[in-house]
Design a protein around this ligand. Structure first.
Ligand SMILES: *Cc1c(COP(=O)(O)O)cnc(C)c1O
Length: 429
């Protein structure tokens, strides 16, 4: 036991500038608890009084949230387990504005109630002139749920080859039937014809749904019916395009996009905001005015309402500079190679066993499963995988051929230095 008079007083400690700063971020209670623990250690002789402040700082959590920043070096551009699309700087700034009190549902010119998310909707309509109107909900699944609930008790015609499991055990057909529509499946797993749809459409049919099988490819003896042909049917055709591409993308010729789908005659397109669009989690509904308006005013619309943060980030994504996902897709392989060479040079200079590796990266996010993106990685001993994953920030790569590969396709160029520093700190070099 040490002399109790040697234990620093709580009020003195809490007035220390470093702990005041920590309390302003983490909250006073958290700091106080850490102070008490350190004082107890002084009392029992395990800590010198002058070491209390550094010990408290060391014991404090780094953040108020359990989420940790992860550098995505997996080579998967849209990684669902890493939160899908990282937001652009413009979208992050928009989050800061939206976090306060804003005119999200107020027309400041008149002082009257305004349409929620008008900015995001205007931005969507500017990006997709083929859409007469647009609405934003919580996510892609919510867009389908709203559509289905608004047609509960009626029939939705869908091809057997398009009854997709999205991921984590969630299946679109089960979502639709849980919302009260009856599914009328047509065709077989590999083939469906226009006549199959035409035979199935009847007085109970609310719509034909064309789901993009975004996370798998069926090849061989296959056929599906293009939207333009489905549009000849006497019921509205809805296209769930999934990825959120608003226009055709040159690298992703098999990914459907909103503009082409609407021009081909779709009455409505549904999509996610946080896949290839590169924005926040959101469900987009674009298409014919009366259909969009009916869905917007449906009682269930309130239950899948988009949050003000997502609406602001979506608008900024659409109006602002190219978001990270689109930037990653547009990066030339030679640029990735040059960056890998620079990182490897720095690591080798410090004695790390690092090599430049040519790789094939993936789009991810349940999109373009048949597309590989030529990329480059930093190859490292596999033993570094676990320590890098546990670091601050965490760095997540992938194992291939007995080496840990840190693929640069989804790493922002401005994060290369941080990546190299993280490797140096765990390599003991
Ligand atoms: C991803 C996807 C969905 C689900 O969208 P979420 O935004 O994840 O809810 C639905 N349909 C298709 C075709 C998809 O690719």
């Amino acid at each position: 036991m040490s002399d109790p008079r040697r234990v620093p007083r709580t009020d003195r400690l809490l007035a220390d500038p470093a702990l005041v700063a920590a309390a302003s971020v983490l909250g006073r209670d958290v700091v106080k608890r850490a102070v008490r623990t350190a004082q107890e250690q002084v009392r029992t002789g395990g800590l010198e009084p002058e070491a209390v402040v550094p010990a408290v700082i060391e014991a404090l959590p780094r953040s108020t949230i359990a989420l940790r920043r992860v550098v995505n070096a997996t080579g998967v551009v849209v990684h669902t387990n890493l939160g899908r699309a990282p937001l652009s700087a413009a979208a992050v700034e928009a989050l800061g504005v939206a976090a306060g009190t804003t005119d999200v549902e107020l027309d400041l010119a008149t002082g009257r109630r305004g349409r929620r998310g008008a900015g995001a909707i205007d931005a969507l309509l500017a990006a997709v002139p083929a859409a007469e109107d647009a609405h934003v909900v919580n996510n892609g699944a919510a867009a389908l749920a709203l559509l289905a609930i608004a047609h509960a008790g009626r029939e939705v015609v869908v091809a057997r080859g398009e009854l997709v499991e999205i991921g984590d055990g969630f299946r679109i057909p089960e979502l639709l039937t849980a919302c009260g529509v009856r599914l009328r499946e047509v065709g077989t797993t590999n083939r469906v014809r226009l006549q199959d749809y035409a035979d199935a459409v009847g007085p109970d049919t609310a719509l034909v749904l064309k789901v993009h099988p975004s996370n798998f490819v069926v090849s061989g003896f296959t056929s599906s019916v293009p939207l333009a042909e489905l549009a000849s049917l006497p019921v509205p055709v809805v296209a769930d395009i999934g990825s959120g591409l608003l226009e055709p993308h040159p690298l992703l010729p098999r990914e459907p996009d909103a503009t082409t789908s609407l021009r081909a005659g779709a009455a409505l397109v549904t999509a996610s905001g946080d896949k290839l669009l590169g924005g926040p989690q959101a469900g987009l509904l674009l298409g014919r005015r009366e259909l969009v308006q009916m869905l917007r005013r449906h009682p269930f619309a309130r239950a899948v309402r988009s949050d003000k943060l997502a609406l602001a980030a979506l608008e900024a994504t659409l109006r602002g500079p190219t978001p990270p996902v689109q930037r990653a897709l547009a990066t030339h392989p030679q640029q990735l190679h040059d960056r890998a060479v620079a990182v490897v040079a720095r690591l080798c200079a410090a004695g790390v066993d690092a090599t430049v590796v040519r790789t094939e990266a993936a789009v991810g996010g349940g999109g373009a499963p048949d597309v590989t993106l030529p990329s480059a990685a930093v190859g490292l001993p596999a033993t570094l995988m676990e320590p890098l994953r546990s670091g601050h920030p965490a760095v997540l790569g992938r194992l291939e051929g007995g080496r840990l590969l840190l693929d640069l396709v989804a790493v922002a160029p401005e994060d290369d230095t941080e990546l190299a520093t993280a490797v140096l700190s765990v390599a003991g070099a």
